[in-house]
Ligand binder design. Structure first.
Ligand code: FES
Length: 177
């Protein structure tokens, strides 16, 4: 969820307390701030630049260079589509197209209600279950088909708020987002 400027500042300051403020801390700082806020708003990047005494442009170029950094808030359900080789040969492109169609967003975007966001990455480490997607960076769903994905998204949209915790088994062949 998007934060107010004051909330952002206070969270960023809390992150700074465990760093020294040196230039070589740029990437770990950005990672920690993103973990805290879910993305890197402009105010946070400015604070980071001031904290480590580098020009703002240095922070912006690092953020735009590394795909791990997000400039917009992630959705409550952040969906990562695996586009690695095993998933690619088993239809990852169709999985992504289905997600984009069902969610009404493109890869790299977040729905207006901040419920879903979508990104594509290389192998997520569950190739035997290809094609896979990952929910909120922790739950892998595999052996997907466009039909399973479509049903799962529609089900989640109907059952707002429902969560299916299967954290003990990170690689799941299931079809629930
Ligand atoms: S290529 Fe998708 S899990 Fe390995």
């Amino acid at each position: 969820m998007a934060e107010t400027e004051t909330a952002i500042q206070s969270k960023v300051n809390a992150v700074f307390s465990s760093f020294k403020g040196t230039e070589n801390e740029l990437l770990p700082l950005l990672q920690r701030v993103q973990e805290e806020l879910g993305y890197l708003p402009q105010e946070a990047m400015l604070e980071v630049a001031r904290f480590i005494h580098v020009p703002e442009s240095r922070v912006y170029s690092a953020v735009s260079f590394y795909s791990q950094f997000r400039l917009k808030p992630a959705g409550r359900r952040h969906i990562t589509v695996c586009r690695g080789t095993a998933c690619h040969v088993r239809g990852a492109e169709k999985i992504q197209e289905t997600l984009e169609r069902e969610l009404g967003i493109k890869e790299g975007e977040t729905t207006a209600d901040l419920e879903f966001s979508l990104e594509a990455v290389a192998c997520v480490g569950c190739c035997a279950l290809a094609p896979c997607i990952v929910i909120n960076g922790e739950k892998v769903l595999g052996r997907l088909t466009p039909q399973k994905v479509q049903r799962a998204v529609q089900k989640v949209k109907k059952e707002e708020g429902r969560q299916d915790a299967q954290k003990d088994h990170p690689c799941e062949p299931g079809d629930v987002l």
